[in-house]
Design a binder for this molecule. Structure first.
Ligand SMILES: Nc1nc2c(ncn2[C@@H]2O[C@H](COP(=O)(O)OP(=O)(O)O)[C@@H](O)[C@H]2O)c(=O)[nH]1
Ligand SMILES: [Mg+2]
Length: 433
């Protein structure tokens, strides 16, 4: 009997069985994997539901006792302090932060959205440069002049001179961290021969300075993104808050905006009078309260006035507060909360005014303010009267906040929009070896 066909049939049958088994195994494996995914997905869903619950709480405030609301807000502030606060901040209010929840809980935090920087107007650039160069003359006479005299007439630097360069940078008012960064950069990025060339060291310092300043100024101000747009101005006594508000009022009025000023410094009658003088000059109404009145209520009155009259902008002054006084910092936090309760998303900007004549103390001050309130931008005043203008670099580098304006004199036009490139150019002008 011919067994050939039978053997062939048996082999074919065995092979078919093997194929069926393999297919079933693969199917079972896929099912197991997809069940695992479902588990993750449902875990994520649960997490996001928790977030929703937190977010819903935010909406239930209305109608509750003011005091309780404040406590709740504070608790929420603590819970929801965004880990991205150290990067360029987006200035959400406590309420909008609560609503924005839940955020997907992923390891890699998305980069904050950075908008394209508008091109500087070429017409203004030359004039800006001249004004800045004059305003920064004293700063150029400080550490920059010292570096210049170290390098002058030398084709090559020896290692001992490089140590002198370090010394000058450390005693400049740019702060220890930034000085160290500049020095490390010179040592690491310049080659053995390059490091001997004064012009290359200059180039490195200049380029790094520009990077520091440009890096923090990527988000345009966009005063039109809300109406009324609310700017809260904070800072230590005497730094130039009221003067700066006056200058800003004049600037924004000249741009055709309707501006309301809020005399939130209720500590001294003189402060209100000072603001009134500026308001009159610029043609802006000034909303004020009685001496010693609650600053929040004065500012809220100004918000109401602005809303009723359809104003474009509110500039709110506050009392100069010592950053070391906790209760005063709490007061300013309360002002912020009151503003955001009245207008969601406001204050749209919180400007910290720093006196550049304070040098490195201004860096320490800025850090404490930033920790206590959500500062969104810096204004450096009195650059005209100091050799410590290098502090701008230190503040930008350590605080990671944009400088919006610089004060280079006492009159209205002496508040300049901060242009990092023009600033660096003016700072190092004529200083090359
Ligand atoms: N030289 C100069 N003086 C300024 C500048 N900004 C403000 N000041 C002066 O600093 C002093 C204190 O200003 P003020 O606005 O009252 O400070 P505030 O206490 O923070 O409100 C005033 O004499 C201002 O004229 C500036 O950019 N340059
Ligand atoms: Mg003042």
């Amino acid at each position: 009997m011919d067994l050939g066909p039978i053997i062939f049939a048996l082999v074919a049958l065995g092979f078919a069985l093997l194929v069926v088994i393999a297919i079933r195994r693969m199917a079972a494996k896929r099912r197991a994997e997809s069940e695992g995914d479902d588990e993750h997905a449902s875990q994520a869903r649960e997490e996001s539901d928790e977030g929703d619950e937190e977010g819903d709480e935010g909406g239930e405030d209305d109608g509750e006792d003011e005091e309780e609301e404040d406590d709740e807000d504070e608790a929420r502030d603590e819970r929801e302090e965004p880990p991205l606060a150290k990067t360029v901040p987006e200035i959400p209010s406590a309420r909008s932060e609560a609503k924005a929840k839940p955020e997907p809980k992923s390891e890699a935090k998305p980069e904050p959205k950075r908008e394209a920087k508008p091109e500087p107007k070429p017409k203004d650039r030359a004039a800006e440069k001249r004004r800045l160069a004059a305003g920064l003359a004293k700063t150029r006479g400080g550490f920059i002049a010292r570096l210049g005299s170290l390098f002058r007439g030398k084709a090559e630097l020896d290692p001992a001179m490089l140590e002198q360069v370090e010394e000058v940078l450390f005693t400049a008012d740019i702060g220890v961290a930034t000085s160290q960064e500049l020095i490390d950069g010179i040592r690491k990025q310049l080659g053995k021969h390059e490091i001997k060339k004064p012009e290359l060291i200059w180039e490195h310092i200049k380029q790094r300075s520009e990077e520091i300043l440009v890096g923090q100024n990527v988000r345009p101000l966009e005063l039109e993104r809300a109406k009324p747009f609310v700017i809260l101005v904070v800072g230590v006594n005497g730094t130039g808050k009221t003067t700066t508000i006056g200058k800003l009022a004049a600037r924004y009025r000249a741009e055709g905006k309707n501006v309301v000023l809020a005399a939130g410094d209720t500590f001294r009658a003189a402060a209100v009078e000072q603001l009134e003088v500026w308001g009159e000059r610029a043609g802006c109404p000034v909303v004020k309260g009685k001496e010693g009145a609650d600053p929040s209520s004065v500012i809220i009155d100004a918000l109401k006035r602005a809303q009723e009259s359809g104003a474009d902008l509110i500039l709110a002054d506050t009392a100069g507060r010592l950053h070391t006084k906790v209760d005063l910092m709490e007061e300013i936090q309360k002002v912020r909360r009151s503003i955001s309760k009245r207008i969601e998303g406001a204050p749209h900007e919180t400007f910290l005014v720093l006196d550049s004549t304070m040098g490195q103390n201004a860096i320490a001050q800025a850090k404490m303010f930033k920790d206590a309130v959500e500062v969104t931008g810096l204004i450096l005043t009195k650059l005209d009267g100091t050799a410590k203008g290098g502090v701008v670099l230190g503040i930008c580098n350590e605080l990671k906040l944009p400088v919006r304006y610089v004060g280079i004199g006492e009159s209205a036009e002496d508040l300049r929009e901060f242009d990092p490139e023009a600033f660096v150019e003016a700072l190092y002008e004529g200083a090359e070896a």
